[in-house]
Design a protein around this ligand. Structure first.
Ligand SMILES: Nc1ncnc2c1ncn2[C@@H]1O[C@H](COP(=O)(O)OP(=O)(O)OP(=O)(O)O)[C@@H](O)[C@H]1O
Ligand SMILES: [Mg+2]
Length: 387
């Protein structure tokens, strides 16, 4: 018999209920009637064109609060006592002159968020729903169990592992993952490269859909328990064809052209990401103490030629890395890579740099290192000292 003839046993593919043969399967009119009624309900439900039900969320704790709103870890209650964790972001209205402006900005944002929900790229926050509740925009998204990059490099995080892991592991972490750089910690180049490549992949996917993130900064990138990265906070994002009348962005990480009044472009996201990478590599928060716009512009105009001075000596020795960061933060967008994909794929881009690290045996399985490191942090919170 041929194995490839048309299948006349399709029933074999259907998932079925198998009742236990426990002697209870005898005829019972009442049971049959109830079961019949429920089957009718089922047929009725699947025959409808729409459906609605009420949803209850418990707000468990605040995950973070920033310029645009407050984000809660929420628990969505389901049937049969089960629940599901997610994040709810409530967009604050008080920065808007009147409620109509708030409403129109939120409507614009809702459209962007819904477009992003279709992208299905692993390095972008999963968006579940936008809701308008009592006039306030509420965004339901995946909950990222992890830390944002600002939290990750904060003083004290690495230190919390000292004495909690054995000496060999402590030295390994300092050689391969991150090490103290004074005020903050700095990440090792291969770790930064791993984060960079995931952010490039996420941003490229946004840009392909003509969405600009417009607020790349350490607190808007999270590292998950799996060790992978997620770009979060699309609260400043916009479609290139409908830029916002009231843009929102962050001084420290905005590129020169935005500080000079231009609208964010894909290459502006690239420059902001470049500042973030420089910060992770150097362990230094950029432009601390600078409050004057002209001074900030001037510093950003010069910075791309000083990348090697800003980086620690051992990192600055890698000229490909220096050139890559420099091309990301060039003050004139024409001097940057042509696109985020180009920053990944060009001769001196991120993928080439990774190949170079492989050759000298300095690459790292970043997601795995990060996963183990986050696990250790969790354990160190309540665990005993290492022997
Ligand atoms: N989905 C999420 N899962 C876990 N933590 C989150 C999530 N969303 C946000 N956070 C945490 O909350 C912080 C603030 O969230 P978010 O950046 O969305 O707010 P914001 O008001 O737009 O901030 P800002 O405007 O200052 O960037 C984040 O930096 C992150 O630490
Ligand atoms: Mg944010």
């Amino acid at each position: 018999m041929s194995e490839f003839r048309a299948d006349d046993t399709e029933d074999m593919d259907i998932t079925r209920v198998f009742e236990p043969d426990d002697g209870e399967n005898g005829r019972d009119r009442d049971r049959e009637r109830k079961s019949h009624r429920l089957n009718s309900c089922f047929e009725d439900l699947i025959g409808r064109k729409n459906i609605s039900w009420e949803q209850v969320y418990n707000l468990k704790e605040i995950l973070g609060s920033g310029g645009q709103g407050t984000v809660f870890l929420a628990e969505r209650l389901g049937a049969f006592g089960v629940s599901f964790h997610l994040a709810l972001k409530f967009y604050r209205p008080n920065d808007y002159r009147d409620i109509e402006i708030y409403r129109s900005e939120m409507a614009r944002l809702a459209a962007v968020e819904m477009e992003v929900s279709q992208i299905q790229q692993d390095n972008i926050l999963d968006i579940y729903n936008v809701v308008e509740h009592e006039g306030i925009l509420v965004l339901a998204t995946e909950w990222v169990d992890g830390m944002d990059l600002r939290q990750l490099v904060a003083p004290g995080v690495l230190q919390s592992l000292k004495g909690k892991v054995n000496l060999d592991r402590w030295e390994y972490i300092n050689d391969v993952v991150m090490t103290n750089a004074g005020f903050q910690t700095r990440l090792m180049p291969s770790m930064v490269l791993g984060i960079l490549r995931e952010c490039l992949a996420g941003l490229s996917a946004l840009h392909r859909r003509e969405v600009i993130h417009a607020d790349m900064k350490p607190s808007n990138v999270m590292v998950k328990q799996t060790g992978n990265c997620k770009i979060i906070d699309l609260g400043s994002s916009f479609f290139t064809h409908t830029p916002p009348r009231r843009p929102t962005w962050t001084w420290r990480y905005a590129p020169v052209e935005v500080l000079q009044g231009e609208t964010h472009s894909p290459l502006s996201d690239m420059a902001s990401l470049g500042y973030v990478m420089l910060e992770l590599l150097s362990g230094k928060i950029p432009f601390v103490g600078v409050t004057d716009k002209d001074e900030l512009i001037q510093l950003k105009q010069e910075m791309w030629e000083r990348v090697d001075e800003i980086l620690p000596a051992d990192v600055a020795r890698n000229s490909t890395l220096v050139e890559m960061i420099s091309r990301m933060i060039a003050p004139d967008p024409a001097d940057r890579f042509n696109s985020l994909e180009d920053a990944e794929l060009a001769d001196n881009g991120a993928a080439a740099l990774q190949r170079q690290l492989v050759k000298v045996d300095m690459d790292t399985v970043v997601a795995n290192e990060m996963r183990v490191f986050l696990q250790e942090l969790q354990k160190a919170k309540n665990g005993p000292e290492a022997a």
